[in-house]
Design a protein around this ligand. Structure first.
Ligand SMILES: C[S@@+](CC[C@H](N)C(=O)[O-])C[C@H]1O[C@@H](n2cnc3c(N)ncnc32)[C@H](O)[C@@H]1O
Ligand code: SF4
Length: 378
């Protein structure tokens, strides 16, 4: 298998601190108590120092939580340890921020460290919707944050937006999209609200105070999104992601292409060599493991060709470019590619995919049903 020899390598660092949990959020995060931040930084430094990546990481992604909640001196510390582990300045280095924490002093540290891409979690430009989601920012703070990113000289800006939010109409969503486009970011991510059991919103669902959108309602939001962003010059390259040409997120592309990534910090996932695992999603348990030199890991799987090949098809089909089955067959020769080709022809017959015997990509209708299509391959 060619995976470990020539694949792109990404480094993900999870920074698990948030000022308050948002109503929709199921990511691992805790309040930024000073003692916890100190312990986190010391353990992240150690985990990074002991990582010994097999080669240089082309991309780095600091996600969260809220990496930008860290003070400038803490960011500098984490950046130094990250650069020590990555084996050189990465070509792309993304940092996730919230509007209230995306500020000049922190951005200056990030820019000086080599950060190339900043992502701001805007979610909505509607004050009432923001308040209902438990977000701690106003739309005025979003404009300030965007101005601060530009003033810091960071030329690749992403805005995260969410749709199908409680009470949100298609017209309100369209207004959000137009406001985002007018702000001129290089990249826009648009996520359809999902409500997991661990998210505070789930309690409202369970009590019948909130109902889920129907698949048809969600499809209407997706289609409005795709039409508007394409017309504004943002090329869709994945179900939820749009970019001006040349500004696609390489780190995320490499995960959908089933390349390799190393994860540092609580809850961070890794796929390295033929192993896939996640760090414990608990700050204390993760830190104890790092301090003892015995990392606390969960969900460890030894990957076989069939698993990797199936994941490469399923995640690859989320990308607009689709997958090159001949290339995948060369990477994973023992997989049952005849069966994949049979399913591909079936999808084509249903108008869900285009297949020329080698390259397979979903049609717009196929992309709307990407989760159902995925089930066909598992
Ligand atoms: C891990 S969050 C980090 C960004 C930052 N903490 C923030 O919230 O602004 C990344 C993005 O995932 C999206 N997201 C989080 N929870 C979601 C959910 N339940 N459904 C859909 N999108 C979600 C949001 O757009 C969010 O900005
Ligand atoms: S959505 Fe972002 S800011 Fe809100 S709790 Fe989740 S990680 Fe933190």
């Amino acid at each position: 298998m060619t995976l470990s020899r020539q694949s792109a390598l990404g480094l993900y660092v999870h920074v698990p601190f948030c000022a308050r949990r948002c109503e929709f959020c199921a990511f691992y995060e805790v309040p930024p108590r000073r003692a916890d931040v100190e312990r986190y930084l010391a353990c992240a430094e150690r985990e990074l120092a002991e990582l010994h990546l097999p080669r240089r990481a082309e991309t780095v992604f600091w996600g969260g939580g809220t990496p930008s909640i860290l003070a400038p001196a803490d960011l500098e510390r984490l950046a130094g340890a990250t650069l020590g582990a990555s084996g050189g300045t990465p070509e792309e280095w993304t940092v996730e921020t919230t509007p209230a924490t995306c500020r000049a002093d922190r951005l200056a540290v990030l820019k000086n460290s080599g950060v190339t891409r900043v992502s701001i979690g805007v979610q909505s430009f509607d004050e009432a919707i923001l308040a209902g989601l438990g977000r701690l920012h106003t739309t005025a703070q979003v404009s300030e944050a965007i101005g601060a990113v530009r003033a810091a000289g960071i030329g690749n800006l992403n805005l995260d937006l969410m749709f199908a939010l409680p009470g949100q109409t298609l017209e309100e969503w369209e207004r959000d999209l137009r406001t985002a486009i007018a702000a001129g970011p290089e990249h826009i991510s648009t996520y359809c609200l999902t409500i997991e059991e661990s998210a505070p919103l789930f309690a409202r669902l369970a009590r019948g105070r909130l109902s889920r959108r129907t698949p048809d309602e969600e499809a209407a939001f997706y289609e409005r999104t795709w039409d508007l962003l394409e017309a504004a010059g943002y090329r869709q390259y994945e179900v939820s992601n749009f970019a001006r040409p040349g500004y696609e997120c390489v780190h995320n592309l490499n995960t959908w292409r089933m390349r390799e990534w190393a994860g540092v910090g609580p809850a961070a996932a890794s796929q390295l060599g033929l192993r896939r695992y996640a760090n414990a999603a608990n700050l204390a348990r993760w830190a104890e493991g790092v301090e003892k030199g015995a990392p606390a890991r969960t969900d460890e799987v030894i990957l076989d060709e069939a698993t990797l090949a199936t994941d490469a098809v399923v995640f690859g089909l989320r990308m607009v470019e689709g997958v090159d089955l001949a290339e995948l067959a060369a990477r994973f020769p023992s997989h049952d590619w005849a069966e994949v080709a049979r399913k591909a022809s079936e999808l084509e017959g249903q108008g869900l995919a285009e297949f020329d015997g080698r390259s397979l990509r979903l049609t717009r209708r196929g992309r709307l049903l990407a989760d159902e299509v995925a089930l066909e391959f598992f």
